[in-house]
Design a protein around this ligand. Structure first.
Ligand SMILES: *Cc1c(COP(=O)(O)O)cnc(C)c1O
Length: 393
C-alpha cells in the first residue's frame, strides 16, 4: 500500500481512505483486529516495547490497529494532530478532566451542555476539589468574568442541545488564551463535516461517536483530538491506566460510519432545513430553533462558522407539555428516543427526559420550556416525516 500523505486530500477522501494500513493479506476492506495482546520476537523486544524505546503494540487497552485506524482518520478529518478513542463520549470527557485537572483547579462550562457532562463536572470532579462555574453559552462577557487565576479550561458545545444556540468559537478561543486557559469544544452536533473547531482556535475537540459518526445507532464510543503534546502528556497516560478503551469492533463500525459521514450530514442538513421552514408555517408552533432560519439570533454566526446548519431542529408548542406529548404520541413512524444523529428520525421531550433531572427553576433558567420538542431529522422521505408530525399538530 502506497504511503500517502492524506493531509493533501479532501475531507470526503480522508473519511474513506485515511488510517488504513493494508496487511500482507492485501485486504481491500479494513479488518477487525480482535486481539487483546501482541507477541514479541524475544524478551529484549518485549522490554524495549514496554519502555517505549521501540514502537509497536503491547496490549489493546491502549493500542489496537483497528482503533488506531479510526483515530488516525478522525484526527485528519478534524485537522488535529492526534486522536484517542474511548469507550463512550462521556469516557472521552472524563479522560480530558482526569488528564488535565488537579484538586484546586477551576473549569468554566456552558450551561447548555449534555446533561451528563454537567453531572460529571459538578458531582464527580467536584468531589475531588475541582470547581465548575456554568455560564450562558452565548454570553461572551459572562465567560470572561467567570475565568479565575486557577481556571484550566473552558468547555462548550455548539450548537447547544436542545435550544440550538451557537457560540462564537473564535472569540471564546481568544478569551481563553488571553487568560492562559484551554478551549475544549464538544463537536458532536456538527462533526468535522460542518465545523472545524481547531481552525477557529480550539485546543481540544471531543466527540461522542455514538451520534452522527456511527449514524445508524449501533455502537457507543467517543474521542479526544488534541495536539501531540496534550495527548502524550495528559490523555494517553490516563487512557493506558484508566482503561475506558474503545473496542476494535466498535472502531470498525465507526470507521465505516465515517466513510458516509459527509453525504449523510448534507442530507440531514437539507431535510432539517426543509422541516424547519415547514414548522415555521404551522399555527401550533410558537417558536422554532434552527440556525438556518434568518429569525435565529445567531444566524449570521452560524453561516460564518459552520458549512451548513445541522440536522437538529427544536420548537415550542402553544399547548405546553400536554400538546408536546400529544404530538409525540401521535407519530406513527418517528422513533420516540433521546438518541440523535441517526438515519432514523427521532423525537424527544427534553423537559421530561434529557433535562428531567434538573429542577424546574434550573430548567427555566436554561430556557427549556414544557412545550419544547426536539427532533433529530433522519434520512427518511421528508414528506413522510412531515406527514408523521402533521398527525399531532
Ligand atoms: C451523547 C453526547 C455525549 C455523550 O456521549 P456518549 O457516547 O453517550 O457517552 C456528549 N456530548 C454530546 C453533545 C452528546 O450528544
Amino acid at each position: 500500500m502506497k504511503d500517502i500523505d492524506w493531509k493533501n486530500y479532501g475531507l470526503e477522501t480522508q473519511a474513506i481512505r485515511a488510517g488504513q494500513h493494508r496487511t500482507h493479506e492485501d485486504e481491500h476492506s479494513l479488518p477487525i483486529f480482535a486481539t487483546s495482546s501482541y507477541v514479541f520476537k524475544n524478551a529484549e523486544e518485549a522490554s524495549l516495547r514496554f519502555t517505549g524505546q521501540k514502537p509497536g503494540n503491547i496490549y489493546s487497552r491502549f493500542t489496537n490497529p483497528t482503533v488506531n485506524a479510526f483515530q488516525e482518520r478522525l484526527a485528519l478529518m478534524e485537522g488535529g494532530e492526534r486522536c484517542l478513542a474511548f469507550a463512550s463520549g462521556m469516557a472521552a470527557i472524563l479522560a480530558v478532566g482526569m488528564g488535565l485537572l488537579k484538586a484546586g483547579d477551576h473549569v468554566v462550562c456552558s450551561r447548555g451542555v449534555f446533561g451528563n457532562t454537567v453531572l460529571l463536572f459538578q458531582n464527580y470532579f467536584g468531589k475531588f476539589g475541582v470547581e465548575t462555574d456554568f455560564v450562558d453559552l452565548i454570553d461572551t462577557a459572562a465567560w470572561e468574568v467567570a475565568i479565575k487565576p486557577n481556571t484550566r479550561f473552558l468547555f462548550l458545545e455548539t450548537p447547544s442541545n436542545p435550544l440550538i444556540e451557537i457560540a462564537d468559537i473564535e472569540l471564546l478561543a481568544t478569551i481563553a488564551h488571553k487568560h492562559g486557559c484551554l478551549l475544549i469544544v464538544d463537536n458532536c452536533f456538527c462533526t468535522p463535516v460542518l465545523q472545524k473547531p481547531f481552525a477557529l482556535g480550539a485546543d481540544i475537540v471531543i466527540h461522542s461517536a455514538t451520534k452522527y459518526i456511527d449514524g445508524q445507532g449501533r455502537c457507543v464510543g467517543g474521542a479526544v483530538i488534541a495536539s501531540n503534546e496534550i495527548i502524550e502528556k495528559s490523555i494517553y497516560p490516563y487512557l493506558r491506566t484508566g482503561g475506558a478503551t474503545m473496542s476494535p469492533f466498535n472502531a470498525w463500525v465507526f470507521l465505516s460510519g465515517l466513510e458516509t459521514l459527509a453525504v449523510r450530514m448534507k442530507a440531514h442538513c437539507d431535510s432539517a432545513f426543509e422541516l424547519a421552514k415547514w414548522l415555521e408555517q404551522c399555527p401550533a408552533v410558537s417558536k422554532i430553533h434552527y440556525p438556518g432560519l434568518v429569525t435565529h439570533p445567531q444566524h449570521e454566526l452560524a453561516k460564518r462558522q459552520q458549512s451548513h446548519f445541522g440536522g437538529i431542529v427544536s420548537f415550542e408548542l402553544h399547548g405546553g407539555k400536554e400538546q408536546a406529548w400529544k404530538l409525540i404520541d401521535a407519530t406513527e413512524m418517528i422513533s420516540i428516543t433521546a438518541n440523535l444523529g441517526d438515519v432514523k428520525t427521532t423525537i424527544t421531550h427534553p423537559a421530561t427526559t434529557t433535562h428531567g433531572r434538573l429542577t424546574p427553576e434550573v430548567r427555566e433558567l436554561a430556557g427549556i420550556k414544557d412545550g419544547l420538542v426536539r427532533i433529530s431529522v433522519g434520512l427518511e422521505s421528508i414528506e413522510d416525516i412531515k406527514r408523521d408530525l402533521a398527525r399531532g399538530l
